[in-house]
Design a protein around this ligand. Sequence first.
Ligand SMILES: [Zn+2]
Length: 119
Amino acid sequence: MTTPLTEEQVRELKEDLVALQAALTEALNLKKDSAKTVELDQQLMGRLSRMDALQQQEMAKAGKAVQQRRLRLTDQALRAIDDETYGECRECGESIAFKRLKVSPEAPFCVECQASKEV
Ligand SMILES: [Zn+2]
């Protein structure tokens, strides 16, 4: 059994979430620009380097998907704070450990449920 978060801990994690939200939003905006650059430069490149550029774009897209997912979870976590359900596992309802939330404040599941999803 994990002890529920104290008000103080929720306040601290909310600050982390707001900072994370800002950082992710900024990173996603930057990514948009770098994707544009690849398109513009394509005409200047030979066939091989164009393939490289496309590959890089694919990787950037994959990274972007991860960040978008994280941003969604961050938004949900901030809403959960308003609803006073933050820190409860959305799967089993157990409290999520403060230590875990300090690493990923947007985590919607406890360690056990997260692990069972990743198998
Ligand atoms: Zn759980």
